[in-house]
Design a protein around this ligand. Structure first.
Ligand SMILES: [Zn+2]
Length: 328
């Protein structure tokens, strides 16, 4: 549970005037029926008996809105922070009408998606209510290409791609002459991801070059980048999906606990802990399907294999024409 979680206690107004004996203090300045109970949540019972012997249920409202509202707020801003010249796709949710401190709510008309920097500035009052409403209305016109950077830098990663493991394997997937999933290193030895997402239609899809990603907004249904940079998920209108996620793993037990289903046998000796797992899955209808559990290419299914210290993990043949359409 994060420190931003807030419990809401729905109480009768009469309690404000003459509070019953409760294991916490009811603010005496309150006129709303909602109270933030802060640190006292641990000692809070789920159901509180009322003076009239009926009961009040305590509900928890998390500051993170439900997924449908998050999607609506992302779409509204064209999947990037709408503050001037920003466009960062790692978004958080700013409540401004009314502000969260005045009333906890998830009403999308009083909320806007912003990057962490601009959300912090908005919390401090940098943007007026009118300005935020303008940004909500104008943002879609500004939406062009969505750009961002993968900021988790590591010298070694264990990649889980389509249900199979790749370690010290610079090219994970090669299609014809195209490196579709591959790592480079920067001058300091940190791994940089390069990725071309095959397109069934010849329209450009997500592309990652040395950790910088660009997403053409055509046919995009949703681009969800977690504000702290750990996950990215892109959904296309035809059901295609790309997702990418980092996870730090402290030891062998933690790896087994998290990924036991995907580990076919003993963990190879070359794998040292702690390590960072990068999970990549991509689904392109009719071309390939690297889902969370397995890899499907044509009629072939591959799962729970380990590719260690190979130059190329998986190589798929493709004609020049296929390559031209799949990787525009
Ligand atoms: Zn921003």
């Amino acid at each position: 549970m994060s420190p931003t979680d807030v419990f809401h206690l729905i109480i009768p107004r009469s309690w404000v005037r003459s509070p019953p004996a409760l294991p916490y203090k009811i603010p005496d300045n309150g006129v709303s029926d909602f109270y933030s109970l802060g640190d006292q949540r641990a000692s809070l019972p789920k159901v509180v008996p009322r003076l009239d012997q009926s009961q009040v249920v305590i509900r928890m409202l998390n500051r993170t809105p439900p997924s449908a509202i998050r999607r609506q707020l992302r779409r509204e801003v064209g999947f990037g922070c709408p503050a001037r010249d920003c466009g960062i796709p790692y978004l958080t949710w700013h409540h401004f009408d009314p502000p969260w401190r005045d009333r906890q709510h998830h009403e999308p008309e009083g909320m806007i998606a912003l990057c962490l920097l601009h959300a912090g500035q908005a919390d401090a009052g940098a943007f007026t209510k009118e300005r935020l409403q303008e940004l909500k209305r104008k943002a879609p016109e500004n939406a062009e290409e969505i750009r961002g950077e993968l900021t988790w830098m590591r010298r070694e990663v264990l990649a889980l791609v389509g249900g199979n493991w790749y370690f010290d394997t610079p090219t994970i997937l090669q299609v014809g002459n195209t490196s579709a999933i591959a790592f480079d290193r920067d001058a300091d030895g940190y791994l940089l991801l390069n990725l071309r997402f095959p397109s069934p239609t010849g329209m450009p899809r997500v592309r990652i070059v040395e950790n910088f990603f660009t997403v053409n907004p055509d046919q995009v249904d949703d681009v969800a980048c977690a504000a702290r940079g750990r996950t990215i998920q892109i959904d296309y209108a035809n059901g295609d999906r790309f997702s990418h996620q980092y996870r730090d793993i402290r030891d062998q037990n933690a790896l087994l606990e998290r990924y036991g289903l995907y580990i076919g046998g003993p963990i190879p000796d070359q794998i040292r802990f702690p390590l960072t797992v990068v999970e990549v899955s991509e689904r392109t209808q009719g071309i390939l399907d690297f889902d969370a559990h397995q890899t499907w290419i044509g009629g072939m299914r591959m799962t729970r294999s380990w590719s260690i210290s190979n130059h190329v993990g998986v190589m798929i043949g493709a004609t020049r024409e296929q390559e031209r359409v799949w990787f525009p």
